[in-house]
Design a protein around this ligand. Structure first.
Ligand code: ZN
Ligand code: ZN
Ligand code: ZN
Length: 269
């Protein structure tokens, strides 16, 4: 987008004004190009929109491999290359108004497109297998679409078997080959989704996580079921019809702690 005789002014860190035929123009100086923050500032002032979430992830990875090493798996890198391909292709199409395949050259374009296709095919394979399983309920089956490897974070993780119940198969990561049991995966998914941050608790939000009376697994207070064994309990007291806090163990037997106290007292008399 830089004017042709401006020495690529828009990507240069140092920009100098110059008068030419009585007109003020800006010229890039030196070899230094803008850093990531510089790119953000330029995009902002030029009203160029792009997917910064994707770009930041790619940039973190680039920084790691440039200066340290990266704990990221091959599968996650594949996803990032696939993501950067989309960002670049969209930018070329929308702002440079060029054909990405022509501008990048067939060789580069085809390699990037192939990586994107392979990743998408792998991901679809994982999702298909997960969708063939039977879950305790829809909340759990929906949560499984966000599954990530507990070890390397790759989204290329799926069940070992298909067409059986979700809690009787294991889950393996196609990037790092680590394997997990149902309870590990489901607990991780819901802990991330529901766990209150320390700040929420400080600001008065009630901590409603609790463990299942049947299996000790992660029990959802509002939904009233255990993600690990599927047991359901709406935690409503049979006697006063109030919803009790899960920390009141008696409510799993059908009474809140207050009614239970009265009931025990009555029984003792
Ligand atoms: Zn993994
Ligand atoms: Zn349970
Ligand atoms: Zn009660």
């Amino acid at each position: 987008m830089s004017p042709s005789d401006s020495d690529e002014v828009l990507i240069k860190q140092k920009i100098m004004p110059r008068m030419e035929d009585g007109e003020l123009i800006w010229i890039g100086e030196g070899k230094k190009t803008v850093d990531v923050q510089g790119i953000k500032d330029r995009f902002h002032s030029l009203k160029i929109e792009t997917d910064w979430k994707r770009l930041d992830e790619i940039n973190r990875y680039r920084n790691d491999i440039e200066h340290y090493h990266s704990p990221v798996s091959a599968g996650s890198v594949q996803k990032m290359v696939s993501n950067s391909f989309l960002v670049i292709a969209n930018f070329i199409r929308d702002y440079l108004e060029e054909d990405p395949r022509e501008l990048l050259g067939e060789g580069v374009y085809d390699v990037m497109q192939k990586i994107e296709e392979v990743y998408n095919r792998d991901k679809a394979f994982c999702i298909d297998k997960l969708k063939s399983l039977t879950y305790f309920n829809e909340t759990i089956s929906n949560a499984f679409l966000d599954i990530k490897c507990l070890e390397c974070g790759s989204e290329l993780i799926t069940s070992t078997d298909q067409d059986i119940s979700a809690d009787s198969t294991s889950y393996s990561c196609r990037s790092c080959n680590d394997e997990f049991v149902y309870e590990e995966v489901v607990t991780d998914l819901f802990e991330k989704k529901y766990a209150l941050s320390h700040r929420d608790i400080m600001s008065g939000e009630e901590d409603i996580s609790c463990s299942c009376p049947e299996c000790g697994g992660f029990f959802l207070y509002y939904e009233g079921f255990c993600v690990a064994c599927g047991v359901e309990n709406n935690l409503v007291c049979d006697l006063c019809s109030e919803k009790a806090h899960p920390s009141e163990a008696e409510v799993f037997e059908g009474r809140c702690s207050y009614c239970n106290y009265k009931w025990e007292k009555m029984m003792a008399e």
